[in-house]
Design a protein around this ligand. Structure first.
Ligand code: FES
Length: 634
């Protein structure tokens, strides 16, 4: 009988048991992991490259992998058999790195431009008290004496106490002569004591701001008394192995056991990030009492283990828009047992708390005179137009092309990604790679640049098809077909030619077309035209260097004055952070959500027309893009 071995795959932490002699590619398939195998396991395409972190292995020789990479532990999954317990890293899901944006610095830089406020007044606080010991004259219960001391500091009629606090209260108030620290949670005028500790115990309490994206999850660990961000952590959403986008996750969740699986995967993702962040800051997870979470409606449903199927069935109604406060123990999050979790309000099936929280980072709800447009172009594209008096919103399925999936050469904005690119007049490509290594692929901003440069220099036509005559020196062929050569294999990290195919270009055009047509339709519903927009805020996972000019040239963004555009990065996370720090921001975000009118594009008869018109570079109606027309005519 064949011996069995365990193969563990990072970053998904999936472990499968397979018989000796099974290829790593088959083990990955068994683990349901997204490993590409373009050549059908012939060992020629190099797409199934993996890195072996531990365990012994032997691979068949293949020219698709350089000696240098083999020395570093890389191997082709289709050419490597399992004959030991192995730990494998999937390189396309390499470590994500995020820039720490200090809360106070972020606020200082943007305070005149955002609706949210920077105020340290969280709903969870720690308070020091001295509870006198009981005497024959003062024989009130321990809780009564504690409440009496609390009311001397904060007058309230509505004070409650958790059962877990009562269980340790008698002991704690008798230690250290009654010097204690209590942790309280405030909801409106009502206070609840959620922890009691001896005074000598750590006084600092912590909170989490977390953005749950369809592709990535990012978290800040925050000291609640100062607002200081102590550490950050980010990773891929472990649900990726169950589907790349929202619709495939909803479909996956159709069976009850699979809903539980998706829920467990996102809780595991967040718990791993909490572990990472607390280890780095050297604090205990038991001192985390509060979390503010934002994400699209589907992600929050799955986070809360709620059936998401009705999100995509007409009339597209989610289970909730306003979520009640959730206890950390109900979700199994690595926080204090009594930790409180707040998920921001959603507006509809496809406009979630990532958008309502994100609006705190724009002036949209602060100014009644200017009309602004906000767009978050992630796997799902969400848009909002309006001002402090009214807001209208919609969503479109953009696909993950600008987040690094859906194209052969795409990757997230991490080390090795081309983030800026130009094509010189002599046809040479100049590019900038994140961290300066050899290029591994292109992130969203790099793809926008590439598409625009190919178009403006005439290498592709308005349909995204190659001009074979013009591009002939750069056209190469591999297993996926003909593509435009971005970099030769000997200059690329993986030793393979970096190319973009017509299929990739068509994917990018569909993505930008979905975003632009949703923009256009939203404005029509609001009775507006693009020239009435005073400011345009762009959030999302493009990377730090989204080129506005190029975004206009491909028809992703409208042809407006360039100074109207502002790229604001991960506004969902920063919004969650502002909510964590101040109850006023929480109230503001609830007000924002109530003001928003949701337009369901799925039921808009003219959407298809708008979308079809946007499937050209930059658009079928060139009059909408006068600056691009001028360049093409010059
Ligand atoms: S599938 Fe392994 S090299 Fe192509």
């Amino acid at each position: 009988m064949n011996k069995k071995y365990k193969v563990k795959f990072f970053p998904f932490e999936s472990t499968v048991s397979v018989s000796s002699g099974t290829s790593i590619l088959d083990a990955a398939k068994k683990a349901n992991l997204p490993l590409k195998a373009t050549c059908g396991a012939k060992g020629t395409c190099g797409d199934c490259v993996i890195r072996v972190l531990s365990g012994t292995y032997q691979s068949k020789h293949s020219a698709a992998l350089s000696e240098e990479l083999i020395r570093q532990g890389y191997a082709l999954a289709c050419q490597t058999e399992v004959n030991d317990n192995l730990t494998i890293q999937l390189p396309q899901f390499q470590e994500l790195s995020i820039k720490i944006v200090s809360g106070s610095e972020f606020f200082e830089e943007h305070k005149n431009n955002i609706s949210g406020i920077y105020e340290i007044n969280p709903v969870v606080k720690s308070i020091s008290l001295r509870v006198p010991p009981p005497t024959l004259e003062d024989s009130y219960s321990d809780l009564k004496r504690l409440e009496r001391e609390f009311r001397k500091k904060l007058s309230t009629e509505d004070l409650n106490c958790e059962y877990s606090v009562l269980r340790k209260l008698a002991h704690v108030v008798r230690e250290e002569k009654g010097e204690i620290t209590i942790v309280v949670f405030r909801s409106g005028q009502s206070w609840t004591i959620i922890d009691v500790k001896e005074a000598k115990a750590a006084k600092n309490i912590y909170g989490l701001a977390c953005d749950i994206g369809t592709t990535t999850v990012v978290l800040y660990l925050v000291e609640l008394t100062s607002g200081k961000i102590l550490s950050t952590a980010s990773s891929y959403n472990q649900q990726l192995k169950c589907g790349e986008d929202i619709i495939s996750r909803i479909n996956y969740a159709q069976k009850p056991d699979r809903l539980q699986e998706l829920h467990n995967l996102i809780v595991m993702t967040v718990n791993n990030l909490i572990d990472k962040a607390t280890r780095s800051a050297k604090i205990s997870t038991a001192d985390i009492y509060s979390a503010s979470v934002s994400g699209n409606t589907t992600m929050i449903h799955l986070f809360l283990n709620l059936e998401p199927r009705y999100i995509r069935e007409e009339p597209y109604v989610p289970t909730f828009n306003q979520v009640p406060i959730i206890l950390s123990r109900d979700l199994g999050l690595k926080m204090n047992y009594e930790g409180r979790i707040y998920c921001g309000p959603a507006v509809g099936s496809y406009v979630g708390s990532d958008i309502t929280a994100g609006l705190l980072c724009t002036p949209l709800v602060r100014d009644s005179k200017k009309i602004s447009l906000f767009i978050d172009a992630g796997t799902n594209g969400e848009l909002v137009v309006g001002n402090s008096d009214w807001l209208m919103t919609c969503a479109c399925s953009a696909g993950p092309a600008f987040e690094g999936s859906g194209t052969k050469c795409g990757m997230p904005a991490t080390e090795g990604a081309i983030e800026q690119l130009i094509i010189e007049n002599n046809g040479e490509l100049e590019y900038k790679v994140i961290n300066g290594s050899k290029p591994k692929g292109l992130c969203g901003s790099g793809l926008v640049d590439l598409l625009a440069e190919l178009f403006i220099h005439g290498y592709i036509d308005r349909h995204g098809k190659f001009n074979v005559e013009k591009a002939k020196d750069r056209l190469v062929e591999d297993e996926t077909g003909i593509g435009f050569l971005i970099e030769k294999g000997n200059n690329s990290y993986w030793g393979k030619d970096l190319i973009i195919t017509e299929k990739d270009i068509s994917n990018l055009i569909r993505t930008k077309g979905a975003v632009f047509s949703a923009c256009s339709l939203l404005l029509k519903n609001a009775g507006l035209t693009f020239d009435k927009i005073d400011a345009f805020y762009i959030a999302g996972g493009f990377g730090q260097h989204l080129n506005i000019e190029n975004s206009i040239r491909i028809g992703l963004l409208p042809d407006l004055e360039r100074n109207k555009f502002h790229y604001i990065g991960n506004s969902s996370l920063l919004g969650a952070y502002l909510i964590l720090l101040s109850d006023k921001n929480r109230e503001m975000v609830n007000e924002i959500s109530k003001k928003m009118t949701y337009i369901e594009l799925n039921t808009e008869p003219s959407y298809m027309n708008e979308y079809t018109g946007a499937l050209f570079l930059p658009h079928t109606e060139m009059e909408l893009f006068p600056s691009v027309k001028q360049i093409l005519n010059s």
